[in-house]
Design a protein around this ligand. Structure first.
Ligand SMILES: Nc1ncnc2c1ncn2[C@@H]1O[C@H](COP(=O)(O)OP(=O)(O)O)[C@@H](O)[C@H]1O
Ligand SMILES: [Mg+2]
Length: 335
């Protein structure tokens, strides 16, 4: 039986056609190992699947496998990651699947931090099923969640990176302190091309001009009051000492690429905050530290930088493993 996302037109069709009739059986969860609409106080899970046929205890990690949250196909999954994290953290459950039928994501939670382990479009679920089973199939989770496993062992779960190596994430800064030399053009096209090759790509815009943010379709508002980027952008990643940030501020590109890519947007306010950040040494290293927390979620991180050597450029250069310097052949650029 194959899965057709066109058949899921609302949340209950996602629940029945994708989760109950397709995913749960393929993942090895027989009807006696999962429950729908499970309540714990204020928490209401759409689905809870067990690795063992035991009564559920919220602190017994070994008997629980997976929380599944289904959303309406019109809803943006980004807006529900926070909720899933709360569920997984409160109930101490490691694996969460979030889907609206059009897109499917798998997250892993440990110590209150969640990582995106896998993502694919609804139409690719059939093709990627073997990968999905390896991460959240009942037998696979059971094996990994043996009580004797230490946290460090459970953290090295297999991911579906094309390279199949864990933590092989590479960060590339596209930098030149001259403007108009093609930094944004290289960043956005490179990100799109890598993504089309099957790599999990994160594009970070750290330039106040926000050209990459615009190019990837994230600046949809016309008026300032509708600006939804001002409160969640790269500045917040650098300013906050909270290490668990990337999943909170990342967005999916819109009408940019197929498949869409993850983008951390920039904002014109970066100029305003520059002075505050410059006085703190910690600002320069924070991006590096925070990207470490998502190193199993991405194969490539591409950073589009400003045309200067300000605090933002420094943060990008400190963070990067590799540097690409685009230039044109005009005298000033070469100088
Ligand atoms: N390889 C190229 N050849 C010709 N024009 C280019 C090339 N790459 C970029 N451009 C053009 O140069 C201009 C500046 O590019 P952009 O990527 O915005 O530079 P930067 O980010 O360095 O300011 C844009 O109009 C872009 O379309
Ligand atoms: Mg640019």
């Amino acid at each position: 039986m194959s899965f057709n996302p066109e058949l899921c037109r609302n949340e209950s069709e996602v629940e029945s056609k994708l989760i109950v009739h397709y995913l749960l059986p393929k993942l090895g969860y027989s009807p006696d190992t999962w429950h729908q609409e499970v309540k714990f106080g204020k928490i209401r899970l759409d689905f809870l699947a067990f690795t063992q046929k035991l009564p559920f205890k919220s602190d017994a990690k070994s008997s629980v496998g997976l929380v599944i949250e289904a959303k309406n196909p019109r809803k943006n999954l980004d807006k529900h990651v926070y909720q899933l994290r709360n569920y997984l953290t409160s109930l101490n459950i490691s694996y969460g699947l979030l889907t609206n039928g059009k897109e499917l994501r798998i997250y892993y939670q440990a110590a209150g931090v969640i990582q995106l382990l896998f993502r694919c479009m609804g139409r690719d679920i059939d093709d990627r099923l073997a990968d999905i089973i390896k991460i959240i199939g009942r037998d696979f989770i059971k094996e990994r969640l043996q009580p004797q496993l230490s946290l460090s062992q459970t953290a090295s779960i297999p991911t579906t990176a094309p390279s199949s190596k864990v933590s092989s994430m590479k960060t590339i800064a596209i930098y030149h302190n001259k403007g108009g030399v093609g930094k944004t053009t290289v960043s956005t096209n490179l990100a799109a091309a890598f993504s089309k090759k099957g790599y999990r790509v994160l594009l970070i815009d750290i330039d106040a001009q926000s050209n990459s943010t615009f190019a990837t379709g994230l600046i949809k508002f016309q008026f300032e009051e509708e600006d939804d980027i001002r409160d969640r952008n790269i500045y917040h990643a650098i300013a906050s000492s909270d290490t668990n940030f990337i999943h909170e501020i990342v967005r999916q590109s819109s009408y940019f690429n197929d498949p869409e890519i993850d983008v951390v947007p920039a904002h014109i306010d970066l100029i305003k905050y520059q002075e505050i950040l410059t006085t703190k040494m910690s600002s320069r290293n924070r991006l590096l530290a925070k990207l470490k927390r998502v190193e199993n979620s991405y194969d490539l991180v591409i950073i589009d930088t400003p045309p200067s050597r300000d605090i933002y450029a420094e943060a990008a250069l400190i963070t990067a493993d590799y540097l690409i310097i685009p230039s044109d052949l005009k005298p000033f650029a070469n100088q």
